[in-house]
Every structure is written in structure tokens, then in C-alpha cells.
Design a protein around this ligand. Structure first.
Ligand code: FAD
Length: 311
């Protein structure tokens, strides 16, 4: 981005938000679980809807692109970084609220896009409602979780989702129904629409806390046992192919431990690509292509990446 464009943007952003929340030339490696990614021209922490609509308007008027980043746990950011504004939601977007229905013992929990999925599941446990146990241990945020329809252990966010509040590219706020949000297997309307997810509302049933807690602890135990949590990654690299498992296909192709540069197929779980030794995004990208190619030759299945690319 040209220097004078940067100074115009800094001036304009300083009118709408606290400058302590605006980071020029911010390394995306600091904000992604892969610990990979070059600098974003700007990284802005947005704390409320007014700031967000102003930021989106300024980007539009200055002809600068923007991209949302939640907890950065499902993305590969390029080595060149991002020549635009990365928006991260916090402040008002970190709120949780509950509305209980005393007639049928259910509750509607609304979680801001910035809330961590684990925090959301802990909140549901504390209040005594079931349906989000699986989300405990998924390291993403509610915004990224709805975008991806995060899931585990045969459950996903769509199971309990009721509605999603969004902001359009014109700064208009809308409440979408579950059907309109179109969450599918690791996909949603938002992969195409460009709308910004502000919050999600989930409908949960009352349930005793002890079995909820037991289920969450069991899921945590399974994650620790099966996943390479001690190495930077973005979780499962590939989507699960119909009737199969990406990890199994990769292992069957003899690729456990296979490396390109500093990126490797995890020895512990072949479905994970890990940053084992200062990997670049180019290393991960090349490893993804090599894995797809070798798995296709071995099994006839073409794996589709689950992770999202920021470039
Ligand atoms: C160790 C590990 C384990 C994992 N286990 C699981 C698992 O069991 N199940 C699972 O489904 N995933 C898993 N993941 C992947 C990841 O945590 C989920 O996909 C999560 O939902 C991503 O949330 P995030 O906030 O990190 O999103 P990000 O990675 O920040 O973003 C993902 C996408 O969502 C978009 N986005 C983010 N916020 C918004 C918003 N407010 N509005 C519009 N777009 C937005 C981004 O632009 C990007 O395209 C795992 C990852 C790791 C590292």
C-alpha cells in the first residue's frame, strides 16, 4: 500500500476509533494459530457496531479491501501478508446473554462474534443448558465458528443455531434466520456473501450440569490424545471426504511425517499439517498440493482444503 494512502487511512481511522486499536504493518503470524503470515497494511481491533460500520465505509471510500479475522485458527495467511485492513471484533462483540423460557425449560443464548467457542460452551454449562459441549476445545471464535459451521463429535453449530446478526457491506444490520444463514458441512452463506457476522443466537435445552461437564471433559481428553496440540496448526487441513476420513487417506498414502520446508504432516494425526520448523505459507501451500496429489494417486479421492486462505 502506498505511503500516502497509509497516512490517509491512519488519519481517517483516528477519527472513528482509539488509535491504540490500530496496528500498521502488523505481522499476521502473531494472530494465526499456524504462527504464519506476513504483515497486514493495517490490523484494527473494532469494539462496537458504530466503529465497524465507519471502518467499512472508510475502506469503501478509500478503495481499500478488508477482511475479518476471528481467532485465526482456521486460516493460512500468505507470506506477503495482506494489502488491506484486517478487522478483528472485540469489546461489545465479546458479550454473552441469555433469555430463558420458563415454560419449556429451554434458553436462547446470544453470543457476540468475538466470544471464544470454549467460553460459549462454558457459559452454557454454567447456566445448565446442553447442546454446545462439542464446541469446548475448538479454539475459534463465534464469528469464525458460524462462518465455518464449526463442529466435532457428530455435532455442529447449526444444530442449535436460531439466527445470525450480520452487517452488510453497506453497513446495514440484519438478522438472518438459521435457514437464510445456510450452514452446511464447514460452509455457510458467509463464504460467499461477504457479510460480517456480529453475533449468533443458539437455542439450548435445560440439562443437569454434571453430565454436561463429563461430556466436555471427555471431548477434551480425546483432543489431547489424538491431536498435535503442542505444534502450531490450523486444525484439520482438509474437509472430510464423503464416506471417508482425510487423515486415514493421508496415512494410507504413507504421508505421516512427510515434509516440505518447515511444514509437515503431523505424526500424531495425519489430518493436521503442522508448522514444525518455522514454516512459511509457501511451504504449507506446497505441502497441501503434494498431499492432494499423492492421496489422489493412491485412492482416487481429491481432498478439498478446509482452511481458508488470506492473501
Ligand atoms: C488445534 C485446533 C483444533 C481445531 N478443532 C476444530 C474442530 O474440532 N472442529 C472445527 O470445526 N474446527 C476446528 N478447528 C478450526 C477452527 O478452530 C474453526 O474453524 C473455528 O471455527 C475458526 O474460528 P476463528 O475465529 O479462528 O476463525 P478465523 O480462522 O479467524 O477465520 C475463519 C474464516 O472466518 C472468517 N470470519 C471470522 N470471523 C468472522 C466474522 N465475524 N464475520 C465474517 N467472517 C468471519 C474469516 O475471514 C475466515 O475466512 C481447529 C483448529 C485448531 C488450531
Amino acid at each position: 500500500m502506498l505511503l500516502n494512502k497509509k497516512s490517509v487511512l491512519t488519519d481517517r481511522f483516528s477519527e472513528i476509533m482509539d488509535l491504540k486499536n490500530l496496528f500498521p504493518d502488523e505481522a499476521l503470524s502473531r494472530h494465526t494459530s499456524f504462527r504464519i503470515g506476513g504483515p497486514a497494511a493495517f490490523y484494527a481491533v473494532v469494539e462496537n457496531e458504530t466503529e465497524l460500520s465507519d471502518a467499512v465505509r472508510i475502506c469503501k471510500e478509500e478503495d481499500v479491501r478488508f477482511c475479518l479475522l476471528g481467532n485465526g485458527t482456521n486460516v493460512l495467511a500468505s507470506d506477503e501478508g495482506y494489502d488491506g485492513v484486517i478487522l478483528h471484533l472485540s469489546g461489545d462483540f465479546d458479550r454473552l446473554s441469555i433469555r430463558e423460557d420458563i415454560n419449556d425449560g429451554s434458553a436462547f443464548i446470544t453470543a457476540g462474534a468475538g466470544v471464544a467457542l470454549t467460553q460459549l460452551s462454558m457459559y452454557a454449562l454454567k447456566k445448565g443448558f446442553t447442546g454446545l459441549e462439542f464446541a469446548h476445545g475448538i479454539p475459534g471464535s463465534v464469528g469464525g465458528g458460524i462462518f465455518m459451521n464449526a463442529g466435532a463429535y457428530e455435532r455442529d453449530l447449526n444444530d442449535t443455531l436460531v439466527s445470525v446478526k450480520v452487517m452488510t457491506g453497506d453497513g446495514e444490520i440484519k438478522e438472518l434466520t438459521k435457514d437464510e444463514a445456510k450452514l452446511g458441512y464447514r460452509t455457510s452463506r458467509f463464504t460467499e456473501s461477504g457479510e460480517i457476522i456480529l453475533s449468533g443466537t443458539f437455542h439450548l435445552k435445560v440439562y443437569p450440569r454434571i453430565p454436561i461437564r463429563t461430556m466436555m471433559e471427555e471431548y477434551k481428553r480425546r483432543r489431547i490424545e489424538k491431536q498435535p496440540l503442542d505444534q502450531p496448526s490450523a486444525g484439520s487441513t482438509f474437509k472430510r471426504p464423503e464416506g471417508n476420513f482425510a487423515g486415514k487417506l493421508i496415512e494410507d498414502a504413507g504421508l505421516k511425517g512427510f515434509k516440505v520446508g518447515g511444514a509437515s504432516v503431523s505424526e500424531k494425526h495425519a489430518g493436521f499439517i503442522v508448522n514444525s520448523d518455522n514454516a512459511t505459507a509457501a511451504d504449507v501451500q506446497a505441502l497441501i498440493e503434494a498431499v492432494r496429489d499423492k492421496v489422489f494417486k493412491n485412492s482416487g479421492v481429491m481432498l478439498e482444503p478446509e482452511i481458508r486462505f488470506i492473501k
